[in-house]
Ligand binder design. Structure first.
Ligand code: HPA
Length: 279
């Protein structure tokens, strides 16, 4: 068996022993956004460290557990803390949790992150609906023998972020009165923030926001047939757009400040997405 798949199945067996909860939707929570789980009716939690072989996050502000429960009426699994490529894990390990949540039963992947704003019309504290991404600066998580059990060798990426879900989220945001920007997310490896020259280059490539996660998870999820959506919290203006030096503290402070609004938007969107699947 393929090594990557073997590891995934071992993790899955470990999860199955600990919980029989069947999530409809998987939610990955970005920096400072982990307290979304406080709004859930939590049924079970599973620490990443309880899953043999599972990559565990080392970033301050990232907790490191799966939270199983209900957001409104919707059964979900939320990742409180994700794993990043810059922590030294292989990109295949970075996407293992995403694939695992698909095996748990989640058909939809809802990605969130904190990102630097490149688009000059963005402000710190804005939310951006991710319409597409640029992942060319990081290795594809699909490199290596294809895992036929999950998907095809050359998966199409012409609509990674489902148009259907984007429309639903736009309506959710309007209904809640939450302003929502739209744009393209570019993933860098990190962990260093970018130089102003890099940000100018990414802007010319077509990116509106920059971060160190998300695109590889979206690729893995698309490969295994999940329907995907994502929202970035613009936690800061990217290097050179703002005159201030960038810091993780600023990223976390902005994410914390807008967290109540973010939670409201995500909760409403999850509810609306679930209703649309039952219709
Ligand atoms: N650059 C990269 N990643 C980020 C940023 C940024 O400006 N802000 C939050 N995550």
């Amino acid at each position: 068996m393929n090594e990557v798949y073997e590891k995934l199945m071992k993790c899955y067996e470990a999860v199955e022993k600990k919980t029989s909860f069947k999530p409809e939707l998987a939610l990955i929570l970005g920096s400072g956004l982990g307290d979304f789980c406080d709004t859930m009716d939590v049924k079970e939690t599973l620490s990443y460290s309880e899953i043999p072989g599972f990559p565990t996050s080392t970033v301050a502000g990232h907790k490191g557990q799966f939270v199983f429960g209900y957001s409104g009426e919707v059964p979900i699994v939320a990742m409180q803390g994700r794993v990043h490529y810059y922590e030294g894990y292989s990109v295949q390990d970075v996407v293992l949790p995403t694939r695992l949540m698909k095996l748990m039963g989640a058909k939809t992947l809802f990605l969130t992150n904190a990102a630097g704003g490149i688009n000059p019309s963005f402000h710190a504290g804005d939310f951006m609906l991710i319409c597409d991404h640029i992942s060319s600066l990081v290795p594809s998580p699909l490199i290596g023998a294809n895992i036929e059990e999950l998907g095809t060798r050359f998966p199409d990426m012409s609509e990674v972020y489902s148009r259907r879900l984007r429309t639903i989220i736009e309506n959710s945001a309007a209904a809640e009165g939450v302003p929502l920007q739209r744009g393209v997310y570019i993933q860098t490896t990190g962990p260093n923030y970018e130089t102003p020259a890099e940000i100018r280059a990414y802007g010319r490539l077509g990116a509106d926001a920059v971060g160190m996660s998300t695109a590889v998870e979206a690729i893995a999820a698309r490969h295994c047939g999940m329907e995907i959506c994502g929202i970035s919290c613009i936690s800061n203006l990217a290097a050179g757009i703002s005159s201030n030096p960038l810091s993780h503290k600023e990223v976390q402070e902005t994410a914390d400040r807008v967290a109540p609004l973010f939670k409201k938007l995500v909760k409403r969107a999850i509810n609306d997405i679930s209703k649309s699947s039952q219709a």
